[in-house]
Design a binder for this molecule. Structure first.
Ligand SMILES: Nc1ncnc2c1ncn2[C@@H]1O[C@H](COP(=O)(O)OP(=O)(O)OP(=O)(O)O)[C@@H](O)[C@H]1O
Length: 115
């Protein structure tokens, strides 16, 4: 297989693993489907859909990266280590920051349309 398609195949395997192994990923997907459904019912502009796509894609990408960091930490040590804790907590902190910003942006987009 051409190296480009090989990398693509491994990336798809990673996404597949993230979706099947991570509980939070299932939550993000359900939330994303809810936002898309709400967007279709509410009616969004092109710019608003682009924003929603960036937020959903960014959230899933960040959750995949968080999972990669968790796996790497677990590979390095089974023992309790303050740096392992920091690495995992920093990675989940990054996900939380993006999730909060996404929720605020979604409210800014949707709430005025419902009033
Ligand atoms: N090796 C370790 N040393 C110190 N603290 C750890 C270690 N592994 C995990 N922790 C702490 O325990 C918490 C939970 O770890 P865990 O590996 O279950 O990740 P999680 O955040 O629950 O991930 P998931 O998204 O899979 O639910 C981490 O956020 C971290 O604070």
């Amino acid at each position: 297989m051409h190296p480009f398609f090989k990398s693509f195949h491994y990336a798809l395997k990673g996404i597949q693993h993230g979706f099947s192994a991570e509980r939070n990923m299932k939550f993000h997907c359900i939330a994303a489907l809810g936002v898309i459904f709400g967007g279709v019912l509410t009616g969004l502009s092109k710019l608003e859909w682009l924003t929603i796509i960036i937020l959903i894609g960014g959230m899933i990408a960040l959750e995949l990266m968080n999972t990669a960091i968790e796996r790497t930490v677990d590979l390095v040590t089974d023992d309790f280590h303050p740096l392992a804790k920091q690495a995992k907590d920093l990675a989940s902190g990054a996900v939380l920051v993006f999730a909060i910003c996404s929720a605020i942006i979604a409210m800014i987009i949707f709430i005025p349309k419902w009033l």
